[in-house]
Design a protein around this ligand. Structure first.
Ligand SMILES: N[C@@H](CCC(=O)N[C@@H](CS)C(=O)NCC(=O)O)C(=O)O
Length: 84
């Protein structure tokens, strides 16, 4: 199991932006595909308090449900760019 988990939806452009960053940085990550029906997105709601995606969890760095793709990209670059 990878340190980072990405909640995503195939075809979501905001998720694609985060995936591009994860791959550019060479990071391993697991994905959880959320249901297309918002009412069924219980897991991502529990994790992040809302039902939008993308959301990441990176427990090793105390990140337990970050949403907003711009914030996630900025976080990943700040945290991992030096290690890449
Ligand atoms: N501002 C958000 C927008 C994300 C967004 O609109 N995601 C879509 C899927 S592509 C979604 O989950 N929309 C439902 C919602 O935001 O509740 C971001 O950049 O992360």
């Amino acid at each position: 199991m990878a340190d980072i988990t990405l909640y995503e939806l195939p075809g979501c452009p905001y998720c694609a932006k985060v995936i591009d960053t994860l791959e550019q940085l060479g990071l391993e990550y697991d994905t959880v595909e959320v249901p297309s029906d918002h009412a069924e997105r219980t897991e991502v709601k529990e994790v992040s308090g809302q039902t939008g995606v993308p959301v990441i969890v990176d427990e090793a760095h105390g990140v337990n449900g970050m949403d907003e793709s711009d914030d996630i990209v900025e976080y990943l670059e700040r945290t991992y760019a030096a290690e890449a």
